[in-house]
Design a protein around this ligand. Structure first.
Ligand code: GLC
Length: 627
């Protein structure tokens, strides 16, 4: 019997010598394991990193531990002055001017060229939230958000998604994606539900290694690979309702779930929230982001047990930990105490992200006062630098500026074809009375709903901007309505957002659901359809035609009241830029194959949290019909 909680978690995790996804759903498991071994070997050959660290000043080592948001960088020259190891583009920090592919690439090259002027010539790692394609950049291939990828149950497809994402990121020069998110959402009222693959740890564990392998490629050093970042370690999707925290500067606005506290015993915490990290570690993930949220009252960013003893010790993680955005500032005490706690808990790099002069000064003081040991600084700097060595970034013969030859791949038709397949396989058919689906290519099809002809709505958050936005927000995309018009053949396609004018049509399609949001701004206390959607459905019913409802949303919504009135119901999640994939399923070019990645609650239940007393299911996890 393990003597302590740490041994228990380590042994019960089964992650020491972690396993990869079962072969039958991840055909590249052997390739991923080989790549992971390559990565581990490269990380273990860290004599060069250790040697370099021994030559660095304290300021240079602390600089490697500092990550600054591009929008707070006072001048590119500060990269040299403060020896910065990393820059990121948070949700809204974009190149100036604009979000074009060229603007991103030029910005990256500009910053990297400054890093290469530093004495030790240590390049920066540039990080971005490419969580469903490199979607911040206009013209990128935008994939379905993770909840849709979870519905595909297709790890090979997830690997293809991430391979393409990595290539499009590398085309801008950037080499680090804050992905995959391995949250296991247990309460779909959480605003980040769509960033999770599934409520099932088995689905997350099966897809995690495929996602990491797709992003990192053949192991560190793959010029088309990027450093993956499994997040948010751990239990981010399991917080108790009502434990979320008000955001600074937002007054009493209280978010019931986001960044809250996960209250589980060791066994359940491991069983639900740590499985995906086993898969990610098995695939050699090089960075991990601790969660804002806490476990039984201890914030992950302040948990020596979780970060150092379990993750780095028992689970053998050999990469480095990057904090979440200003997560250290959410810890108890003064800013100095916050840094002390985070770094001593095992945080290697801090996403400050703003006042880097202050951060570097405070950490220097902490070392001089003996509150942070030099050995901890050396360990953090060594972890970061051995990743940079392993990735080939320290190779003097390798150009670290963007590879211009990759530009033609960015948003290419071939990439979009894979994203379209992801859309097809993500759709879940939940009702199909009288075989109203698949649609026939004759007669008149009336299309309605706020999400029928809106790229921004079908992409959701983390697309060009942090929160995402309705409207024509990126280029190269196809709306669902455009996809229907292309697929309809001889059928006449009419459209009205509100559903008016449907009478006389052979069938009406209502694309309803959610408008974009991200993180805490998506926390809800209820999941009812909004008034516009209910009105759209009523207008279609009054027209006396068969009605197909397609929900374009980041999660299940409460559909009890409309379900008896409609002939078919399809969950399309947040499909991204390739709206034609939705039409492919509706017209039967692809038979529906998606399975619910999360349970679909019944609205009159007393709780919307799975497992709570009084919680009732409308459609169970795994539900999904076909033609
Ligand atoms: C955000 C998110 C995290 C993201 C980071 C950088 O607040 O929690 O998922 O990677 O900050 O944008």
């Amino acid at each position: 019997m393990p003597s302590s909680r740490r041994e228990f978690l380590a042994e019960s995790l089964g992650l020491v010598g972690a396993s990869l996804a079962p072969q039958e759903i991840f055909s590249k498991a052997k390739e991923a394991a080989a790549a992971a071994e390559t990565t581990r070997q490269l990380l273990r050959e860290d004599s060069r990193a250790k040697q370099l660290v021994s030559t660095l000043t304290l300021e240079e080592k602390i600089g490697q531990m500092a990550q600054v948001d591009n929008s707070f960088l006072r001048s590119a020259g500060d990269i040299e002055k403060y020896h910065l190891g990393s820059i990121l583009s948070g949700g809204d920090s974009h190149p100036k001017p604009g979000d074009s592919f060229e603007a991103w690439r030029d910005m990256y090259d500009h910053y990297q060229s400054h890093a290469l002027k530093t004495r030790p010539r240590i390049p920066i790692l540039y990080g971005i939230d490419a969580v469903h394609g490199d979607a911040h950049v206009i013209g990128a291939t935008v994939f379905p958000h993770n909840i849709g990828m979870g519905a595909t149950r297709n790890a090979d497809l997830a690997e293809k998604e991430q391979r393409i994402t990595a290539i499009e990121i590398r085309a801008t020069g950037i080499q680090w994606a804050f992905a995959p998110c391995l949250a296991v959402p247990q309460d779909i009222r959480w605003g980040r539900t769509y960033e999770g693959l599934s409520e099932s740890p088995d689905v997350v564990k099966a897809i995690a290694p495929a996602a990491v392998h797709g992003l990192q490629g053949k192991g560190f050093g793959d010029p088309l690979g990027v450093l993956a970042c499994a997040k948010h370690f751990a239990g981010d999707g399991g917080t108790a309702f009502g434990t979320g925290v008000p955001k600074a500067g937002e007054g009493s606005l209280h978010y019931p779930l986001d960044q809250g506290d996960t209250r589980l015993d060791d066994a359940d915490f491991h069983r639900i929230h740590l499985q995906g990290y086993g898969g990610a570690l098995a695939a050699g993930v090089g960075s991990i982001m601790p969660s804002y949220s806490g476990w039984n009252g201890v914030k992950s960013s302040a948990s020596y047990t979780l970060l150092t003893e379990i993750l780095k010790g028992a689970m053998g993680f050999e990469g480095f930990l990057i904090s979440d955005y200003a997560a250290a500032k959410e810890l108890p005490g003064s800013e100095k105490q916050q840094i002390e706690t985070a770094v001593n808990s095992g945080m290697d790099m801090v996403m400050i992200p703003d006042d880097y002069p202050k951060f570097t000064r405070l950490l220097r003081e902490l070392v001089h006062e003996g509150r942070v040991k030099t050995s901890r600084i050396d360990d953090a700097a060594t972890r970061i630098l051995r990743v940079k060595f392993a990735m080939g970034l320290m190779d003097p013969n390798r150009s670290l500026l963007a590879d211009r030859s990759l530009a033609k791949e960015f948003g290419s038709a071939a990439h979009r074809a894979v994203a379209r397949q992801c859309v097809r396989e993500s759709l879940v058919l939940l009702k199909n009375e009288g075989g109203v689906l698949p649609l026939t290519k004759g007669g008149r099809i009336h299309v309605a709903g706020k999400n029928a002809d809106n790229v921004g709505n079908q992409c959701g958050g983390w697309t060009v901007t942090w929160q995402g936005k309705s409207g024509n927000i990126t280029t190269g995309a196809t709306t669902i309505l455009e996809g229907i018009r292309k697929a309809a053949g001889a059928a006449q396609v009419t459209y009205s957002r509100d559903g008016s004018g449907a009478s006389g049509a052979d069938v009406a399609l209502a694309f309803i659901g959610e408008t974009p949001y991200a993180e805490m701004h998506g926390d809800r206390t209820n999941l009812d359809l909004d008034a516009e959607d209910r009105s759209t459905i009523q207008n279609l019913k009054q027209a006396g035609v068969p009605v197909v409802v397609v929900l374009v949303s980041g999660r299940p919504l409460i559909v009890d009241s409309i379900l008896p009135q409609v002939d078919a119901l399809v969950a399309a999640w947040l499909p991204g830029s390739e709206g034609e994939g939705v039409a492919d399923v509706l017209f039967g070019k692809w038979k529906p194959s998606g399975k619910l990645p999360v349970t679909w609650p019944r609205g009159n239940s007393t709780s919307l949290h799975i497992g709570d007393p009084g919680y009732e299911t409308l459609f169970p996890f795994g539900a999904g019909l076909s033609y």
